[in-house]
Write a protein that binds this ligand. Structure first.
Ligand code: TXD
Length: 319
């Protein structure tokens, strides 16, 4: 038997990162979890707290926390949730600049200390930050992916299930595109126990649900008053992690580098992929309805603009 230990690191253990850490411990996927945050004592405190839930919840994962980058050494999976959310009066460009600097530092450390890891990015603006990690680490494209589609799809499935009065488990759906206003819920391939959704709900109702899905994050933010959603985002990340670690070959929408698929080139955007031990094992390309394909390409155009800003930041940072 191999004595190789599986290790995951979470960089940024705020609301989303802390919840991911707790979930991963409960899921018993790793021998070791490392929690890194600029606020070192907070990361240490969360590591301690989650460890102490172990005897009750039935796990004995070794969990460490702090502000030292060394903690991530030799991780198999690195999850990046470090960043700041937008504050009132702050422009998206300002947020992009601040989070880019954080992502830049994190990416360099990943390259140095966890060179063989698979990186899952959560920080917003999601698709552009995933692109930044890809560029700065220099990792192959199968080892850098962003989480958004699983969350957006989970929200879509939840709303559909409520409307139909059925279990959300029986709703198979797909939300593609960028994590933002231009996301594309694919109605033509959404089914309820195998039945096409468009046969079960009138167009007007579906449009309302699509709109609510697009505002899914904002709706939670408005209610929480401080911060944004974290339970559903963390659960979504963990589903991706499980698919990779257990080599499940799950088909999930993730932000990955498209190179010609769906007519999109050189852009990180949400498309269906097969997730397994090698990370992104394959992008699944299938014929979309014309309006859906157009919406996906429009979403890619919007992402490209932000990605170009990232490119400018990368260029500006070269000595
Ligand atoms: O679908 C999605 N991808 C998203 C994305 C769903 C939910 C949240 N989404 C984004 O994730 C959100 O817009 C943020 O950019 C991140 C993290 O959200 P969270 O709600 O967890 O934010 P917090 O609670 O503010 O946590 C961020 C932590 C915080 O503890 C900081 O101290 C830390 O990041 N941080 C850092 N850690 C390490 N290194 C550096 N440089 C650093 N800077 C901040």
């Amino acid at each position: 038997m191999s004595d190789r230990k599986l290790k995951a690191t979470i960089v940024g253990v705020g609301m989303v990162g802390g919840t991911i850490a707790s979930n991963l411990a409960i899921m018993n996927l790793f021998d070791e979890l490392a929690l890194i945050d600029v606020v070192g004592d907070m990361a240490k405190g969360k590591a301690l707290d989650i460890s102490q839930a172990g005897p009750v919840m039935g796990y004995d994962t070794h969990i460490v926390g702090g502000d030292s980058w060394e903690l991530m050494k030799n991780s198999d999976i690195v999850i990046v949730t470090a960043g700041v959310p937008r504050k009132p009066g702050m422009s998206r460009e300002e947020l992009l600049g601040i989070n880019y600097r954080i992502i830049q530092e994190v990416s360099k450390k990943i390259r140095e200390l966890a060179p063989n890891s698979i990186v899952i990015v959560v920080t917003n603006p999601l698709d552009a930050m995933t692109y930044a990690v890809y560029k700065i680490t220099g990792f192959p494209k199968n080892r850098v992916l962003g989480m958004a589609g699983v969350l957006d799809t989970a929200r879509f499935r939840t709303f559909l299930a409520w409307d139909l009065g059925v279990s959300a488990k029986d709703i198979s759906a797909l939300v593609l595109g960028s994590h933002g206003d231009t996301m594309v819920p694919i109605l033509s391939y959404t089914t309820v126990g195998g039945i096409p959704i468009e046969k079960l709900l009138p167009q007007q109702k579906l449009e309302k649900i699509v709109e609510r899905t697009k505002r899914g994050g904002a709706e939670v933010v408005e209610l929480l008053k401080a911060g944004s959603a974290y339970f559903a985002p963390a659960a979504s990340v963990c589903e991706m992690v499980e698919a990779i670690v257990l080599n499940r070959k799950r088909v999930l929408p993730c932000s990955v580098l498209c190179e010609g698929e769906y007519g999109i080139n050189g852009i990180f955007i949400g498309v269906p992929v097969v997730l397994g031990r090698n990370g992104v094992e394959k992008i699944i390309e299938f014929p979309l309805r014309e309006d859906e394909l157009k919406a996906l390409q429009k979403s890619a155009d919007a992402t490209k603009k932000v990605q170009d800003e990232v490119n400018a930041l990368i260029e500006g940072n070269k000595e």
